[in-house]
Design a protein around this ligand. Sequence first.
Ligand code: ADP
Ligand code: 5RP
Length: 557
Amino acid sequence: MSAKYAIGVDYGTQSGRAVLVDLSNGHEIADHVTPYPHGVIDEQLPVSGIKLGHDWALQHPDDYLEVLRRSVPAVLAASGVAAEDVIGLGIDFTACTMLLVDASGTPLCFKDEWRDNPHGWVKLWKHHAAQDEADRLNAIAAERGEKFLPRYGGKISSEWMIAKVWQILNEAPEVYEATDLFTEATDWVISQLTGAFVRNSCTAGYKSIWHKQEGYPSRDFFKALDPRLEDLTSTKLRGDIKPLGTKAGELTAEMATLTGLVAGTAIAVGNVDAHAAVPAVGVVDEGKLVMAMGTSICHMLLGKEEVEVEGMCGVVEDGIIEGYMGYEAGQSAVGDIFEWFVEEAVPAYVKEAAEKEGVGVHQWLTERAAQYKPGETGLVALDWWNGNRSVLVDTNLTGVVVGYTLLTKPEEMYRTLLEATAFGTRTIIDAFHNNGVPVHEVYACGGLPQKNALLMQIYADVTNREIKVADSKQTPAVGAAMFGAVAAGAAKGGYDSVVDAAKAMARVREETFKPIPENVAVYERLYAEYRTLHDYFGRGANDVMKRLKALKEEASK
Ligand SMILES: Nc1ncnc2c1ncn2[C@@H]1O[C@H](COP(=O)(O)OP(=O)(O)O)[C@@H](O)[C@H]1O
Ligand SMILES: O=C(CO)[C@H](O)[C@H](O)COP(=O)(O)O
């Protein structure tokens, strides 16, 4: 049999990337990035210019097809691999990134009738405007003693499907009515590739409160939320739910023409970005925490038992790897905070100096921030620029920096933000480790470990743990390709399970980031300060962040 390949497509927050992978060893033969033409839509709708409210974040479904149109042919061409030898394709996506379709599978925002209604568009994972609905959902679920709540760390997030659906029903009942299916974007893209709609068990489990044995919450629960939602799961959330590692279908002739692949190529069921990354770093058993580090961080961990951990995003049976409980927690902004700083808060002299030196602003700041010792900035920050996903699960929390003086430099502020995100990760690792889901090893993948070595050293020092880094430019995409290979199966040159695929294809770098004892000691003290601020602002002692947010909303009416 000639060498066989698979393609993985990773749909991130700002761009989609395809990678063509050799199935014998996991080598990335070619990769290509397509920035989303419409990016993240968080201020106004395209064309009409209709203004969006606070905490809105939308996307354009055609951007996802653009990734297939551009990046898939590009990796085929760059690799020189024959389309016949690409035996499978898998995708991974941000989630819950929610798309509404009519009975023909057409996104509502593609239609003239709904184009000017913000609720007709894709709600990106970081759309946080359904917080009122999430709060009500959590209160009702707690009151009714719903069994599912502890599986989601005690709170369902406003980032997820049910809160987003309910927001649409409340604010645009006509859009709710016109929707035939609420889908995860990952499932919609798969339906475009195969011509048939199936849901995947991963997003259903983590983002739509679906359980392998129990299914969705009861009709009574949905009725208690809102009588109009009573039938939601059998109507607008209907659809077969297939486990990760199964085949969704085969590439249609039309999509074969568009992508350059062969009609009939095996297509895996959709997956989530962070979840796909886990086997791609070779993690297929317990005790190994994987951080998918980019715009946000997702922390992924496998366990044998179902344990309750405060503020985790969820525990789902087979949610990452078959046979294990998959645990997820996360930070809603990490790279996004650094980007905010670079875009919105850096003085002109820094931008000019970076340009003069021919380096990016991130690099300029990092080189200077690296010259400081832990503690030397005199600053500490809370990493809540986009709310707190774990362990507080509160999107209404905001950022804090303590310790500014007239002498504070931009690179000190940048370093403080890097450290703040490391403290957020430490809080999550400790929550798992101290509550029955032990963490023995830490792995990192995603864009950030490749972009910023100082950041990785700070994470090793703050967590006092050695960090292994994926030897891959596009780890989630490699994971998606593994699932594509499993969809094709061993008989066609792929694999029969993702564990087999990981054994042959996963790679981590030899060099690791090791904690430096003197840094660890200082960070222990700084982390204590972080925890004091964390609990003071985050656990109700002082709700100033929420009062400010309410004032801001009032003032901008
Ligand atoms: N040198 C750098 N140091 C730290 N963060 C960086 C650097 N360069 C870019 N970033 C951040 O990386 C993030 C993008 O991460 P990436 O993993 O590529 O994308 P995604 O989250 O879409 O998968 C952006 O938020 C950006 O601010
Ligand atoms: O919640 C998620 C996964 O469960 C999102 O997909 C994630 O936080 C966004 O990912 P990225 O930072 O890679 O764009």
